[in-house]
Design a protein around this ligand. Structure first.
Ligand SMILES: Nc1ncnc2c1ncn2[C@@H]1O[C@H](COP(=O)(O)OP(=O)(O)OP(=O)(O)O)[C@@H](O)[C@H]1O
Ligand SMILES: [Mg+2]
Length: 297
């Protein structure tokens, strides 16, 4: 997305125009209360939590269709995302998950409410976006695709090294010179994920990144994401249709209701942060995924 002039223009507007004029503060929070830090003294006020990386405040989104009708896609969305957190967004088809992600990414600024950042995202640098279908450039090699956002850097050697490290991280070191058509679907998606990470964005946004893959490839990519997170501690927000994927990867799961999309609940995943394939066998995992499935029914 770093090369899309529309995106660059959007960020330029965002940086210079401040919060959206439709911004109205709302006293509403769907967030679960975080547990008190262990060792907290009674009567001694806990230190204020750090400001979230990203705050979505009272966001409403309406689309106007080609026939002139209005579709309310999102209503009253309030959500804070902390730095280093992995957040999954689930909900029925058409409830506005992609719309929400696109707004956070700055790909759509036609909404009311506010998307506020602790540090304003720099154009084309601070937001990595992964689409459901990996949008790779067919005429560029794997390394050429991953290095797309690093072009124009003076430190060419450093950029090449970063690309090589990222490809190794997802097991694609031997495919640096291959072309997208020579890769499997899972390899293409891994290329798209590390491309989004190449310029070290503040946040990685992924819209159903594993939706088109078979179950074994999906599981492999889940573990790639966990490894990437362990290395980079990147803030990650992703949309999925799979309650198991949400439970396996996320710290918190945002459940949205059918159109107009509202936040129905935000659940903290009751599992240790270190997840391994054995996590899927734990009774807590099954119970939590079952609870999410029940909420979607
Ligand atoms: N460009 C558009 N013009 C008009 N309506 C739109 C447009 N894009 C999305 N919508 C409508 O907004 C609503 C939310 O769409 P969105 O794509 O965000 O849903 P979603 O939750 O991502 O669905 P899915 O799970 O199927 O991907 C839908 O009712 C959709 O028809
Ligand atoms: Mg969608």
């Amino acid at each position: 997305m770093s090369t899309d002039p529309e995106v660059e223009r959007h960020f330029h507007r965002m940086e210079h125009s401040g919060p959206h004029p439709g911004n109205r503060p709302r006293l509403r929070s769907h967030d679960v209360t975080p547990p008190a830090p262990s060792g907290a003294q009674p009567g001694v006020p806990a230190p204020a939590p750090p400001r979230p990386l990203l705050s979505i405040r009272g966001v409403d989104k309406r689309y106007r269709t080609a026939k002139g009708a209005t579709v309310q896609a999102l209503e009253g969305i309030d959500l804070d995302i902390a730095e280093g957190e992995i957040v999954a967004v689930i909900g029925p088809s058409g409830c506005g998950k992609s719309t929400l992600l696109r707004m956070v990414a700055g790909l759509d600024d036609d909404y009311t409410g506010a998307v506020e950042w602790r540090r304003p995202p720099r154009p084309g640098k601070d937001i990595g976006f992964v689409f459901q279908e990996p949008a790779l450039l067919p005429w560029r090699s794997v390394a050429g695709n991953v290095g797309l956002g690093l072009e124009g850097r003076k430190d060419l050697e450093g950029a090449e090294q970063r690309v090589a490290e990222l490809l190794d991280l997802v097991g694609l070191g031997d495919f640096a010179k291959s072309y997208p058509k020579e890769l499997s679907g899972g390899m293409r998606q891994r290329t798209a994920i590390v491309r989004a990470l190449a310029y070290d964005p503040q946040i990685l946004l992924m819209d159903e990144p594993f939706g088109a893959l078979d179950a074994i490839t999906r599981d492999r990519l889940h573990d790639d994401i966990l490894r990437i997170w362990e290395r980079t501690r990147k803030t990650i927000v992703f949309v999925t249709h799979s309650v198991e994927e949400a439970a396996y990867l996320a710290d918190r799961v945002v459940v949205m209701s059918a159109r107009p999309g509202r936040i129905r609940a935000v659940h903290r995943v009751p599992l240790h942060r270190d997840r391994t394939p054995a996590t899927r066998e734990l009774p807590e995992f099954g119970r939590f995924a079952g609870m999410l499935r029940g909420e979607l029914a």
